[in-house]
Write a protein that binds this ligand. Structure first.
Ligand SMILES: [Zn+2]
Length: 684
């Protein structure tokens, strides 16, 4: 592993932070923490921490010996000084004399000795850092180290690889007990330059930031070299079907299978992040992959991200996709059954009250294709994939020099169900549409953009489809929540299909369609050019049908229901003069909505329509408003608020109606009117 220490960079950071009142020790602590955090083979999504022992001044001017240690919630790659809260050393050191200390009391002790009470919680490994005498202490979950410690006879192997330079600490759950034992191992041989923690990771320490960092890189390199020099021949590969299915062929089925059924047609859905590379596929194609996945996580804190470990499924045969759905569902069922048994067996061992987390896998390995990370948000799904890549790194190394044997699941359980983690999860309340994907056509227009934004604010990821790709991207940015923009002419069936394929590629599927795109053409019906009427039908009817067909195809594969929402306009029920070219296909689309409600209700797919009128948009531009209000001899304001309520109706009002229809779980075949009251357009 490359040593990235650079004197000039280090001194620049010291100088920059000095201007902000941050001392040299803490500035260098930030510098090497970022170096470690930027390397996924060392530290990934919270798996690691660092500290330095220095002095700090409190509000009344008293100076204290403190431990600045990584705070929870901070990413080491981008850490700032405030991400390393200062804890008074005296109290921490005194704790070593205690017989025992519960996790809750440990957190209380750490928090009550913070110099700044607004700091994040200091790391759970704070006491371990404190009990070691060195000024700088670094800790990572290096994949090369895990290849050595995730073995049956890891203690002997650690001695072979590192000699007497590193102390060996048997596996103990992080917290007070681990801190005490690690300190005893160090005291037994104070000449060691670090500690290897069985089934967990590595600590190195030094008198200054550079020494601790140099030692980390050095011993990780020693481990890497050992794996490289002592490799055995690769294990056999599994046989693959002659014709493999594509990831998009199986993604919706898989996404549906891992959704958590809440009963009565309700689901907590997940987002799937597909990831592949030659290295990933080469590893997953191992004939042993199901056994390896069943062994579990490579270091215990990965259980927070991928539970008891990945789920491996068979390679999908493109010619037998019909049968593959049952194969996937069978594997997910087996995984969740094992997970329940794991929970029940281990939960029964004591009187602690725990709530079982959902039993669904967070990482699926598919030979021939790659892997899918699953999570309630795209961010969580991507984290699961990141973790999956590092799991592969560690397991590949372990299998190269021996047999991957990580921490047992019984020992993993107390960590996954650690009270502090459970409390964190309980405070993380999902939004009404968390885990759902909405595809909005005409998504860059006034109504489409407002709807996408409102749905995203309620937790959905939005796929914003628009003729103009730049405007679609802009609307996606405005919507937020990792939404995407897709350029497509939706009157082309191929481009419509491609837009849905994109939704599958990025999120794994689609749950809500807002079929909104439309355009108005004018002319008296008796004199209308046939080509113009047909053109209007292409966009204002057939594109809705094509969008709904694509959505329903995916929803049926997912098997978790869904919602189709159509923008049908007031024209569908109350024609305006010379507006037949617009009203006729809109009337057909209103009927289309009802037909879908009828034909797919049994599959939990709902279908609703919104009748909106007189909304400032691409269909009703400011120029048109000026011309029409002028023609009627009323002011623009009077024209726009010419309804029973006497108020202008906006795109946001239409978005609210779509959201309401999406959330009303027992409402289908509904038409909601958003026009401020127009009695001639009122539905019977
Ligand atoms: Zn750790």
């Amino acid at each position: 592993m490359k040593n990235l220490w650079n004197d000039a960079d280090a001194e620049k950071m010291v100088a920059d932070y000095a201007k902000k009142g941050v001392g040299r020790d803490l500035a260098l602590r930030v510098y090497t923490t970022r170096l470690l955090g930027g390397e996924p083979r060392l530290v990934l999504h919270g798996g690691g921490n660092t500290s330095c022992k220095t002095r700090a001044t409190d509000l009344v001017g008293d100076e204290w010996d403190v431990l600045c240690v990584k705070g929870s919630g901070w990413d080491m790659a981008v850490i700032e000084p405030q991400g390393l809260p200062a804890v008074k050393m005296g109290a921490l050191l005194k704790a070593r004399g205690l017989e025992s200390l519960s996790d809750e009391d440990m957190v209380a002790l750490q928090r009550s000795n913070l110099i700044d009470p607004a700091s994040p919680n200091p790391s759970v490994e704070t006491l371990l850092h404190a009990f070691l005498p060195h000024k700088f202490v670094d800790h990572t979950h290096s994949t090369a180290i895990l290849a050595i410690v995730d073995q049956e006879d890891s203690k002997a192997l650690v001695a072979t690889v590192f000699g007497d330079k590193m102390g060996y600490v048997p596996y103990i759950k992080p917290g007070f007990d681990l801190a005490k034992v690690a300190a005893e191992v160090f005291d037994a041989d104070r000449g060691v330059e670090g500690l290897i923690l069985d089934k967990h990771g590595i600590f190195t320490f030094g008198d200054d930031a550079r020494q601790a960092y140099d030692r980390m890189i050095h011993y990780v390199t020693v481990a890497e070299d050992f794996v490289a020099k002592n490799g055995k021949p690769q294990t056999a590969k599994a046989a693959l079907p002659a014709k493999l299915a594509k990831p998009s062929d199986i993604a919706p089925t898989l996404r549906g299978a891992v959704a958590v059924a809440r009963g009565e047609g309700r689901f907590d859905r997940m987002i799937s992040d597909f990831r592949t590379s030659d290295a990933i596929v080469d590893f997953i194609n191992s004939a042993k992959i199901a056994d390896l996945a069943g062994q579990g996580v490579s270091t215990p804190d990965l259980s927070i991200r991928i539970k008891t470990g990945p789920m491996a499924v068979p390679a999908p045969d493109a010619d037998k996709l019909g049968d593959y759905k049952a194969v996937i569902r069978g594997h997910v069922e087996a995984f969740s059954k094992d997970y329940r048994a794991y929970f029940e067996t281990n939960d029964a061992l004591d009187d602690v009250k725990r709530i079982m987390l959902d039993p669904m896998p967070r990482l699926t390995l598919v030979p021939g294709l790659g892997m899918f990370g699953h999570g309630r948000t795209l961010k969580d799904a991507k984290i699961a994939s990141d973790v999956g890549e590092m799991w592969i790194e560690a397991v590949r190394g372990a299998e190269t020099i021996g047999n991957f044997q990580p921490l047992s699941k019984a020992d993993l359980f107390p960590l996954e169900y650690w009270s502090l983690e459970q409390a964190k999860l309980a405070s993380n309340k999902p939004k009404p549409l968390t885990g759902q994907v909405v595809l909005v056509t005409g998504g860059a227009g006034a109504i489409g953009a407002a709807t996408a934004k409102l749905f995203a604010a309620n937790g959905a990821h939005a796929v914003i489809v628009d003729l103009d790709p730049a405007k679609a991207a802009e609307a996606a940015k405005a919507a937020g929540n990792n939404s995407i923009g897709v350029g497509a002419d939706i009157t082309s069936p191929a481009e419509m299909r491609a837009a849905f394929d994109k939704a599958i590629a990025v999120y794994g599927g689609v749950d809500i369609l807002v079929s909104n795109a439309g355009a108005a053409w004018e002319g008296r019906i008796g004199e209308l050019d046939d080509a113009l009427l047909r053109r209007s039908f292409e966009l204002n009817f057939f594109a809705h049908q094509s969008a709904a067909q694509n959505a329903v195809r995916i929803m049926l594969e997912q098997g978790t229901g869904g919602v189709l929402l159509f923008n049908t306009s007031k024209q569908a029920v109350n024609p305006g003069p010379k507006f037949g070219a617009y009203g006729l296909p809109k009337a057909a689309t209103l009927f289309l909505s009802r037909q879908y409600a009828l034909d797919y209700g049994a599959h939990g797919i709902r279908s609703n329509a919104v009748n909106a009128d007189r909304i400032r948009s691409g269909l009703l531009t400011d120029a048109m408003i000026a011309s029409r209000s002028g023609a009627r001899g009323v002011s623009e304001k009077e024209y726009m608020s010419g309804n029973l309520l006497g108020q202008e109706v906006t795109a946001d009002d239409v978005a609210q109606a779509f959201l309401h229809q999406a959330l009303a779980e027992r409402t289908t075949a509904d038409v909601t009117t958003v026009d401020g009251g127009n009695i001639a357009a009122a539905l019977r």
